[in-house]
Design a binder for this molecule. Sequence first.
Ligand SMILES: NC(=O)C1=CN([C@@H]2O[C@H](COP(=O)(O)OP(=O)(O)OC[C@H]3O[C@@H](n4cnc5c(N)ncnc54)[C@H](OP(=O)(O)O)[C@@H]3O)[C@@H](O)[C@H]2O)C=CC1
Ligand SMILES: N[C@@H](CCO)C(=O)O
Length: 438
Amino acid sequence: MTETPSSLRLGIAGLGTVGRGLVRIIEDMADLLSARAGRRIVIRAVSARTRKRDRGIDLSPYAWCDNPVDLAALDDVDAVVELIGGGDGPALALARETLGRGKAFVTANKALIAAHGATLAALAEKNGAPLRFEAAVAGGIPVIKALREGLAGNRVGGLYGILNGTCNYILTRMEEEGLAFDDVLADAQRLGYAEADPTFDIDGIDTAHKTAILAALAFGCAPDMDAVPCEGIRSIAPVDIDYASELGYRIKLLGIARKTAKGLETRVYPAMVPLASPLAQVGGALNAVVIAADPVGQTVYEGFGAGEGPTASAVAADIIDIARGLGGPPLGVPAARLETPVSIPREAHEGRFYMRLRVEDRPGVMADITAGLARAGVSIESLLQRGAALNGGVYVVLTTHMAVEAAVAEALTLFRQLDSVLESPTMIRVEGEPETPA
Ligand SMILES: NC(=O)C1=CN([C@@H]2O[C@H](COP(=O)(O)OP(=O)(O)OC[C@H]3O[C@@H](n4cnc5c(N)ncnc54)[C@H](OP(=O)(O)O)[C@@H]3O)[C@@H](O)[C@H]2O)C=CC1
Ligand SMILES: N[C@@H](CCO)C(=O)O
């Protein structure tokens, strides 16, 4: 007699944008999921903050828990899905309770994994409990699976990612429609891309969470937010978007992780990327990740990084993997073997830079600027005086050859001390492509 495998029974905590999307997938595609997983996937219980809220989905077949942590203890729940958010609080308590009981835990929560990924992975391994977080980075793009599984036979040299849909949406609409930053942010919130606190998006923190996770998977280390200095997109002005385009670049908020002879460099900043590069083509709420590895070379991953459907699809994929019994260490290598790499400090970064200064239009100003760069040891690639600035003076726009960030910071300090410089200069880093290991 053939034995029917038992169902995988879920408890879902969080019924907002992603939770609602997950319930829809599990209900609408039940037969497809069952065929792929080899067993049925069913929801047994749910939890959210407000029980009575109309969510456009029928929750009446499921048990309700006021406290999400109670889901872990239910006898008829085999796997808990956390879609609440936040690096600590109920999400962390639920993760610990679930994994501590040896049950599977799935989350879309990058803040949680960036802060506690290594300890949760250790707990999961100790108790033989699967821990999955595909939706935590780049939403619908299976980039975690790519690093953990598809590229497991490679040494990664570096990766660059557009990892925040909200920022990419804002930068794209600012460029294409000349809109103000605040108007576009409101649209991103309405479309469900933005975090509960959108400063996490626009100040680069969300991208830093994701970068820390990708770096961990790529380089076999614990996620380490302290090693990811981050800058967001608040200071990007329309005039810089225009100059970038004239110079052959587009501005993108990048999460970067690369290994150099000096150590591991992980950073988040808005950067100018060449118009012909794969990342420059990625607009709107799309995300993309470029990974350079040996021996595979460069691989590029693109898709929607936020929103109900794309994010829930990644959560569903994790659930199917669990139903199939697929295992392996959550961070790609066992938690006890995670390394602590030398982290390259922000001031030691080497690269090319764009600077824009608003200056008085009078003799000697260019000489002061070039003298400042010479004193700081920064070599100029191009230097142009542009048209009159709206609020007086003229813009001077320059790009550098390869320079050390500390030297560029010194030049910017010298510029701020000049009477002819009318406002704090803008600096944006210029990036090429990640390099495969030598
Ligand atoms: N939105 C997106 O595009 C993406 C989101 N993510 C991540 O997915 C997770 C969920 O995001 P999203 O769906 O957008 O968030 P929402 O804010 O839309 O939903 C959060 C849900 O959590 C519930 N909740 C909040 N606090 C508690 C609590 N103390 N106890 C029980 N339930 C609680 C809320 O309840 P109630 O509805 O009653 O208020 C709500 O249902 C986050 O970690 C986010 O970073 C990842 C990728 C993309
Ligand atoms: N707020 C995030 C959601 C996806 O993690 C974004 O805009 O990309």
